[in-house]
Write a protein that binds this ligand. Structure first.
Ligand code: IVH
Length: 674
């Protein structure tokens, strides 16, 4: 009699082998989408499941494991776009746990290895991308992405654009390597996606992808135009000071140097830490940034060092991952909305469900291609989550639950509001209504104008805007500034007090900062951040209206797309007329502080490039002096460069500066100017 188990195993051989081959290819494909295109094709949970399946098969057939197996890799591949940086300290990953009991097991292992009772630190696990920063002589000299953990990408120029990350430490003058997470706050992510959808661009799947896509930009101007932030959470190396005794003290040290340190940190024994887990399920939704779990670390730094690490992860730290918040619901209908820029957006109307702390009854489907790619039909059961913990999103349909009564959605080729023929431009995913007077576009444009990200006119909600439009009292946002008590009081449910409040809010809005007005105008690609920048650099609407594309490109953070868009908008006669009517309504935007005014010094606001070897100063010293005098020191010469400081053996950068007619100075002139 043959051994049945052995027989079964033999029979499975070809199948398992084929499965391993498939998993190698599939995971490689998913990695490419995730790490190189910042556009994940599946959820983290689905990806983890494939990786686990592969690891299990490889454990069964070790002889089939290839050297480059994705199961053995810490992270993604790096892009070829940026210069490689070999990490002095390899950037490891963390093992995952999913329950309090698994955390207790982890603690038991640590205590056994350490031979003494331990205290732990519990931190939020930020859903961003790892960054390793090097400060030398107090100066930020290097910023590297994780890459594969051994070699990352040099993204210093882009990191220097992150607000809240100092280029200089307060006092420490030794050498510090510190690890942290670059992330995009939830609100910035929501606004970026809104802007991208309005501009007919693809949206980011979550804040992490938005942060990755923003940081790994060849043009630092694009990075600067996104609202990235960073939290630091681990010292990798410290030379020139004693290593703090505990992790809590390490965080204090970083904080004292003016660095942004991860907040909401808790320390205690293992039972106290496990006791925290429950309240984090709710608390995570209240944070301004997305977290996908918590990290538990041994507090004693000596024990952390002694425990060391396995090939992939340190022994004295572990991740606790929140359960994926995915719920099932049904698509009752698919409506098509028209945005202020005319983009038609399919919107799923859902059977209401609770997910990640709120009740959801709608989810945007972005565009026609997305609905088709995910095969989402009217009547379908679907899996829903919140992208980045904030934007309701359908992950996939559940075709196995179909009854046969579901209907395939067809994108209308006419505007559902005004009936104009819509069109889809080549290379764009969006259908657009071309009619500027389309009632939906007008209404959405006014709602945008009064919104918090723009002119922030309180009390003017969608309902009131609709009433005013229906009464023929307003036709666009400029008309708001001619409203009187006599216009408001006859409206339904409008009392004396509310009407007074609205007029007071309008009065206050007349003197909003120029940046807010610019964001309100709906100039393509100009949101609140670009609005502020333009306001700070031009000071008035008139100056901006008169600016050429070159003038705009002279601002380091402004690239070609925004520059072109601004020039085109101000050249349009309808827009000019709109601005005149705003002015007639008493709108007088207030100039904002020049950002340069904040930086004091001989090089305030100037962009400087160093090239060649200087006779006395090292590259870092020159950079430090320039930055202390308010300069931004960048790596490549462009039209935005103000000065090139050239030393011995200066090469192509000097040539480029000569070609562009940029001021070239030597060390002596630099020192004299300083
Ligand atoms: S400590 C040796 N602390 O989570 C690993 N990591 O899954 C040290 N992360 O790649 C990491 N928040 O990028 C640590 N408070 C935190 C974190 C954190 C987010 C990321 C980190 C790491 C990943 C591990």
């Amino acid at each position: 009699m043959p051994d049945t188990d052995a027989q079964k195993a033999t029979n499975n051989l070809p199948k398992d082998h084929a499965r391993i081959t498939f998993l190698y290819e599939e995971i490689a494909r998913l990695n490419r989408a995730y790490y190189e295109e910042d556009a994940p094709l599946v959820t983290d949970a689905e990806y983890d499941a494939l990786l686990r399946e592969l690891a299990a098969l490889e454990a069964k057939y070790p002889e089939w494991r290839q050297e480059n197996s994705p199961s053995q890799r810490v992270g993604g591949r790096r892009l070829e776009k940026f210069a490689p940086i070999t990490h002095q300290i390899p950037l490891l990953s963390l093992a995952n746990t999913f329950s309090g009991d698994e955390l207790r097991d982890f603690a038991t292992r640590c205590v056994k290895l350490a031979g003494k009772p331990l205290t732990y630190v519990l931190e939020p696990k930020i859903d961003g991308l790892t960054i390793a920063l090097t400060y030398e002589n107090g100066q930020l000299t290097q910023a590297a992405t994780r890459g594969d953990g051994l070699v990352g990408e040099n993204v210093l120029e882009n990191v220097l654009t992150i607000a809240g990350l100092p280029g200089r430490l307060k006092s420490f003058a030794g050498r510090l390597l510190v690890r942290g997470e670059v992330y995009m706050p939830k609100q910035a992510f929501v606004e970026l996606n809104e802007q991208r959808e309005a501009d007919g661009e693809t949206v980011f799947a979550n804040p992490r992808n938005a942060a990755a896509g923003s940081l790994r930009q060849l043009d630092a101007a694009v990075t600067a135009s996104r609202r990235l932030a960073v939290w630091l959470y681990d010292i990798l190396l410290l030379e020139g000071a004693d290593w703090p005794a505990t992790h809590m003290q390490s965080l204090d040290f970083l904080r004292a140097q003016g660095l942004p340190v991860i907040p909401e940190v808790f320390s205690g024994d293992i039972e106290e830490v496990v006791g925290q887990l429950e309240h984090w399920q709710e608390k995570r939704h209240k944070l301004a940034f997305d977290i996908d779990g918590l990290v538990l670390k041994v507090d004693d730094e000596q024990v952390r060092a002694d425990l060391g690490s396995t090939a992939k992860a340190p022994r004295a730290a572990i991740a606790y991952k929140f359960p994926a918040e995915e719920v099932e619901t049904r698509v009752l209908d698919i409506h098509v909305g028209v945005g202020r820029t005319g983009v038609l957006t399919p919107l799923a109307i859902l059977e209401p469900v609770w997910v990640a702390g709120s009740k959801i009854s709608k989810a945007t489907l972005h565009n026609e291609d997305n609905v088709a790619a995910r095969d989402i039909r009217i009547g379908d059961y679907v899996l829903l989550h919140k992208a980045g913990d904030v934007i309701p999103e359908i992950i996939k349909s559940l075709p196995e639950k179909r009854s046969g009564d579901e209907r395939i959605f067809v994108m209308p080729h006419i505007c559902p509001e005004c009936g104009s023929a819509a069109s889809r431009a080549e290379g764009e995913a969006a259908w657009r209504c071309p009619n500027r007077s389309c009632p939906a576009r007008v209404r959405e444009g006014i709602e945008h104008f009064v919104s918090r990200q723009a002119m922030y006119i309180e009390g003017l909600g969608p309902q009131l805007i609709n009433q005013l439009l229906a009464a023929g009292r307003i036709h666009d946002a400029a008309d708001l500034f001619s409203l009187t008590m006599a216009d408001l009081l006859p409206l339904e449910r409008m009392g004396q007090k509310s009407a007074q409040n609205i007029l007071a809010a309008l009065e206050a809005a007349r003197r909003r900062p120029l940046g807010a007005l610019l964001a309100a105008l709906g100039i393509p690609y100009v949101g609140s951040k670009a609005g502020k920048l333009l306001a700070a650099n031009f000071g008035s609407l008139e100056a901006l209206a008169a600016a050429s594309q070159e003038d705009l490109l002279a601002i380091p953070e402004i690239g070609e797309i925004i520059a072109k868009s601004v020039v085109k908008w101000f050249a349009d006669s309808d827009n000019q007329e709109f601005l005149q009517r705003l002015q007639a309504g008493g709108v007088e935007p207030q100039a904002e502080n020049q950002p340069q005014a904040e930086a004091q010094g001989a090089f305030a606001g100037k962009v400087v490039v160093l090239t060649g070897t200087l006779p006395n100063l090292s590259r870092n010293e020159a950079k430090a002096k320039l930055e202390a005098a308010g300069a931004r020191v960048t790596g490549s010469v462009s039209r935005k460069t103000d000065y090139v400081v050239a030393g011995e053996a200066a090469g192509s950068k000097l040539e480029k500066a000569e070609e562009l007619g940029i001021a070239i100075i030597d060390e002596a002139e630099l020192l004299a100017m300083l």
